[in-house]
Design a protein. Structure first.
Length: 288
């Protein structure tokens, strides 16, 4: 076990967190800080070190050791997927601090077969926004779950996992966030994509990259719409004004630190629609 007496955890724009600070930190923030520190202090560093492009710092992985130690001291379970991932990196870092040689047995990516590529292209180019749904045909919960899982798989800035979901099937509740789409809201489910601002304040990212919070929500939304399409459902992003978001937040009783970013509607498509096409790639390119 590493000596953690003098270890502190780096914070952007403030004093480092001490063990005492971590003992008081909100659960959700402490866990996010664990993922962020594994990401920035081990995951991003270890490969250049193994490739001989960087020197290993003497405190390699120690910040995460301290956070995990506090987490366990506070009696919380450390068997979640994110902890399992973090611990793999911590084990490697510990071995490297001890001067042991480590090898990572992960396969390199290989190109998709033609068949696999055809599925990917089908998904990207056949997905479309759907705004007209079959009435009285709810989306099964199992499909909603698959869509949410696709959102969970989306990338997240600094691995902070700040995105949160609310599923609304009730018409009255849906009305609180429904945007300017002229369709009947009782024919689809709404997935409200929110983010937890406490996490960014903990790591100091709200000062540096606050926009990443919205990007995280957008990445999740895109993954979810693709999954809805693959399931044979129709989905659409719905824009949300600040006024609507605030009304929803208040009426739905969301805490002050949960912000709504956008929402998507998902249902069974009532009518085939002509897929929108894009401007040519050459016109999307900015060149000097
Ligand atoms: C950020 C964003 C906001 C959007 N907001 C709305 C919206 O409020 N209402 C709507 O009907 N469609 C909305 N859409 C869907 C777009 O209209 C749609 O993606 C675009 O017309 C291209 O069509 P496609 O999705 O069928 O390829 C939104 C899409 C994005 C990416």
């Amino acid at each position: 076990m590493a000596n953690l007496d003098r270890v502190t955890v780096f914070r952007i724009g403030g004093d480092d967190y001490t063990r005492a600070d971590l003992m008081k930190m909100e659960l959700v923030c402490l866990r996010a800080l664990f993922r962020e520190r594994v990401h920035h202090t081990i995951e991003v560093e270890i490969y250049p070190i193994l490739l001989g492009r960087k020197k290993m710092p003497s405190n390699f992985g120690l910040q995460t050791e301290l956070i995990l130690d506090v987490w366990k001291a506070r009696g919380f379970a450390d068997d979640g997927e994110d902890f399992q991932w973090g611990k793999k990196y911590m084990e490697l870092a510990a071995k490297m601090r001890a001067g042991e040689k480590v090898e990572i047995e992960e396969a390199l990516p290989t190109p998709f077969t033609d068949e696999e590529m055809a599925v990917v292209c089908k998904l990207f180019w056949e997905r479309r926004s759907v705004r007209d749904w079959v009435p009285d045909k709810p989306v099964p919960d199992a499909m909603i779950e698959q869509i949410l899982e696709a959102g969970r798989a989306a990338p997240t800035g600094c691995n902070l996992d700040i995105v949160r979901f609310i599923v609304i099937k009730d018409t009255k509740e849906a009305k609180m966030v429904w945007s300017d789409i002229p369709t009947h809201m009782d024919q689809c489910a709404l997935i409200i994509i929110c983010y937890d601002t406490r996490v960014y304040e903990t790591v100091g990212h709200h000062k540096l990259v606050p926009h990443n919070m919205l990007f995280d929500a957008a990445a999740a939304a895109d993954h979810m719409c693709l999954m809805a399409h693959a399931l044979g459902l129709g989905a659409v992003w719905l824009s949300c004004t600040e006024k609507t978001a605030n009304t929803f937040k208040k009426k739905y009783g969301l805490p002050e630190y949960i912000n709504q970013a956008l929402h998507i509607a998902v249902g069974w498509t009532a009518i085939g629609s002509i897929k929108s096409l894009r401007m040519p790639l050459s016109e999307m390119m900015i060149t000097r």
